[in-house]
Design a binder for this molecule. Structure first.
Ligand SMILES: NC(=O)c1ccc[n+]([C@@H]2O[C@H](COP(=O)([O-])OP(=O)(O)OC[C@H]3O[C@@H](n4cnc5c(N)ncnc54)[C@H](OP(=O)(O)O)[C@@H]3O)[C@@H](O)[C@H]2O)c1
Length: 388
């Protein structure tokens, strides 16, 4: 097999590191052409020495001198800052751009990748959520492909192949329910950062772990599914499945439901995306049905997890609503991680930011960037009022 050339954006994060583990597990199948991180210079340098990419990008320019010093004797192109991250998607010949950046910071580089007609393997759900109205037209022109890495969307992608597009009735996204599924709502305001960071089934970066605890993550996934599979929000359902073995399902018009099952390990959907359209032997843990716990399902409690309800509302509304939801959530999660606000204020912040926000129904890129900026400002002001 001819090796595939990869660019990994967010290589120092949880998904970035898992992607490199997949690469390590398949010697000779991939060439790392470029790596990008925000500020973790130490790990980026270690990764450089192991994979010898032609280029590195560090978004946090205040650490530029450190990176230059550490790599002064190396033949590597160094790029710095947000703008160069976007250029990174243009400069080098790559087969797949893996976007594993966290947050809306990944939007412009996702857009640039599809504008270049390249294949985007996307973990960065925020870029699809915010840029949802823009991707279809670009893809129509450039024929770029977007391959989902999120386990739920990978499961839908794989399951949907069992039927035709016009036979698809619903997609059913599963959710573990997070660490507070059984906690009474009255105790939510006392939830600590440490408790919220303790996810029962997945080991992930901090932001998505908090999103999983509020179910804002599931809400982002609902909006992501609308964009990726070009379906109305009314066809996206969510079911709580605490064991995280079924990663999502597709229901067809004949009432058949096709599900994708595997151990909860992100290296599996990452491998699927990187090797697609092929499937390869995986060293990452086969399922043993005789050892599985009972698989259970329940309705999500939209009263307790209001972020999911708000996300459904934004998914239906479309336009800039998902970008506003996302921006308010990012600001609030950051404030919660800095222990400035209570756990419940994350969802309050999303709700209050959305209130009276002027949603543009058919936005261009500037409208989306403006909505993101204004929503962050509004959310920031609200944080000041919520302070614990
Ligand atoms: N983790 C999972 O299991 C999982 C599963 C499904 C989907 N996802 C999605 O995958 C994405 C990444 O999640 P993660 O858990 O891997 O996050 P993470 O562990 O926090 O890693 C984030 C990565 O993005 C980089 N980064 C942060 N801010 C950036 C910026 N402004 N510009 C460019 N790069 C930036 C970080 O660099 P530094 O290390 O230098 O800060 C790091 O490499 C998220 O969208 C998440 O929702 C994650």
């Amino acid at each position: 097999m001819v090796p595939k050339n990869l660019l990994i954006l967010g290589s120092t994060g949880s998904i970035g590191k898992s992607t490199l583990e997949v690469v390590d597990a398949h010697p000779g199948q991939f060439v790392i052409r470029g790596l990008a991180a925000f500020s973790n210079v130490e790990l980026l340098v270690q990764q450089y020495h192991k994979y010898k990419p032609e280029a590195l990008c560090l978004v946090d320019e205040s650490k530029a001198d450190l990176l230059k010093t550490l790599l002064k004797n190396e033949e590597v192109t160094l790029l710095f800052g947000e703008k160069e991250l976007i250029k990174f998607a243009q400069f080098y010949y790559v087969d797949i751009v893996v976007n594993a950046v966290v947050g809306a910071a990944g939007l412009l580089v996702s857009l640039e990748t599809v504008k270049q007609g390249r294949t985007l393997a996307v973990a960065n759900k925020e870029s699809l959520v915010c840029g949802g109205p823009l991707f279809p037209e670009i893809i129509k022109k450039t024929k770029a492909k977007i391959l989902p890495i999120d386990s739920e969307h990978s499961a839908i992608w794989q399951s949907a192949m069992a039927g035709k597009e016009n036979e698809l009735k619903n997609v059913i996204i599963t959710a573990s329910g997070g660490p507070f599924r059984s906690l009474p709502k009255e105790q939510f305001s006392q939830i600590t950062k440490a408790q919220a960071l303790n996810h029962p089934t997945w080991k992930m970066g901090q932001k998505i772990t908090i999103d999983s605890a509020t179910l804002a993550n599931k809400g982002l996934e609902v909006m992501e599914a609308v964009v990726l599979f070009n379906i109305p929000a009314s066809k996206v359902k969510v079911v709580i499945h605490p064991q995280s073995i079924i990663h999502s399902m597709v229901e067809f018009n004949d009432s058949s439901v096709i599900a994708q099952l595997s151990n909860p390990d992100m290296k599996l959907p990452i491998s699927y995306a990187l090797f697609w359209p092929d499937r390869v032997e995986s060293p990452f843990g086969a399922l043993d049905f005789t050892k599985l716990p009972d698989l259970s399902f329940e309705e999500p409690d939209l009263d307790k997890f209001k972020a999911l309800k708000l996300a459904f509302h934004c998914a239906e509304k479309g336009g800039t609503a998902p970008a506003v939801f996302n921006a308010a959530n990012e600001v609030a999660v950051d404030a919660f991680l800095k222990e400035k606000i209570h756990f419940t204020d994350i969802t309050n912040c999303i709700e209050d930011t959305l209130q009276n926000f002027n949603i543009v129904s058919q936005p261009n890129l500037l409208d989306i960037l403006e909505a993101d900026k204004t929503a962050r400002k509004t959310a920031d002001e609200l944080i000041g009022k919520f302070v614990c």
